[in-house]
Design a binder for this molecule. Structure first.
Ligand code: OGA
Ligand code: MN
Length: 287
């Protein structure tokens, strides 16, 4: 098999062709891993994966992280504690089988409220709605490289507080006290500009809600964050993914953010997801 890597934008993402993830040689795995490091997000279409295949592919990148605590806790298919279900579908008792419902999931990176967030996450499409539910990615290395000087100066050497109260669907995480005060909120502090293991600087914003830049008062921090968020979500840094059945998308959680469009709640969307445990705490670019 010959592996082809085709970038989907100049800023983030590449489609990989010529690969069957259920039968992946060591050489082809190396090519896939390289594409992921280089492009921060990879797309492989037309895959046929059982949960065991998804787990086996995921584990080639490292140890897996258990699912995040979401609105209903941690939900996995029976017997698969390392698989996390993103879905609006209801079970026989009328309870969701997964997380995030059918609404918008706002821009975020996964679990940055932990001291050591996962290095990567991947989603495999099992059922998709006829319209909506597209997933968007932005390239935080490209956005960092193009950061206007005044914005760079205002965040250089500073840390940002990342919130663990709400998930990207706007739901309160199970067992967490609601708050709109970044200082009272559970979460973690991370450098605003990280050194990615590939050596490049990357902006690390996490999520907007309850975020706070150290060394400013709340209003100054909010104004600065608004300017940063407007910059990183400019169309030139963004890829919009329209799902097809059998798509597998994997993203580098340090150098991308993602969001999801809402879709008709009467339609079904079922994604199975894994995530790779963080190999190290995020470190500042200019230490
Ligand atoms: C996730 C996530 C978005 C989507 O799985 O971390 O944000 O498109 N999913 O389902
Ligand atoms: Mn996410």
């Amino acid at each position: 098999m010959s592996v082809t890597v085709r970038p989907v934008t100049d800023s983030v993402g590449a489609e990989i062709l010529g690969v069957d993830l259920a039968r992946l040689s060591d050489n082809d795995f190396t090519a896939v891993e390289w594409a992921w490091t280089e492009h921060s997000m990879i797309l492989l279409r037309g895959q046929t994966l059982r949960d065991d295949d998804l787990l086996a592919f995921s584990r080639r990148f490292g140890e897996l992280d258990p699912p995040p605590n979401q609105e209903r806790g941690r939900i996995s298919p029976p017997g698969y504690p390392d698989i996390y279900v993103v879905s609006n579908v209801l079970d026989a008792k009328g309870e969701p089988i997964g997380a995030l419902g059918a609404g918008e999931a706002v821009w975020h990176t996964d679990m940055s409220y932990l001291d050591t967030p996962p290095d990567a996450s991947m989603l495999y499409a099992l059922e998709i709605p006829p319209a909506g539910g597209n997933t968007w990615f932005c390239g935080m290395q490209a956005a960092c490289a193009a950061l206007p000087d005044d914005l760079r100066r205002r965040i250089e050497g500073r840390r940002i507080k990342h919130d663990g109260t709400y998930n990207s669907g706007g739901y309160l995480r199970k067992g967490v006290t609601p708050t709109d005060d970044p200082m009272a909120a559970p979460g973690a502090w991370h450098p605003a500009i990280l050194r990615h293991p590939n050596g490049r600087p990357t902006l690390y914003l996490g999520r907007r809600r309850n975020s706070y830049v150290e060394g400013y008062d709340r209003a100054e921090s909010d104004a600065l964050l608004e300017a940063l968020w407007a910059h990183v979500t400019e169309p030139r840094f963004v890829y919009e993914h329209a799902w097809r059945l059998g798509d597998l998308v994997m993203w580098d959680n340090r150098s991308t953010m993602h969001r999801r469009d809402p879709f008709d709640g009467a339609a079904r969307r079922v994604m199975h997801r894994t995530q790779i445990k963080g190999s190290a705490r995020p470190v500042a670019f200019a230490a």
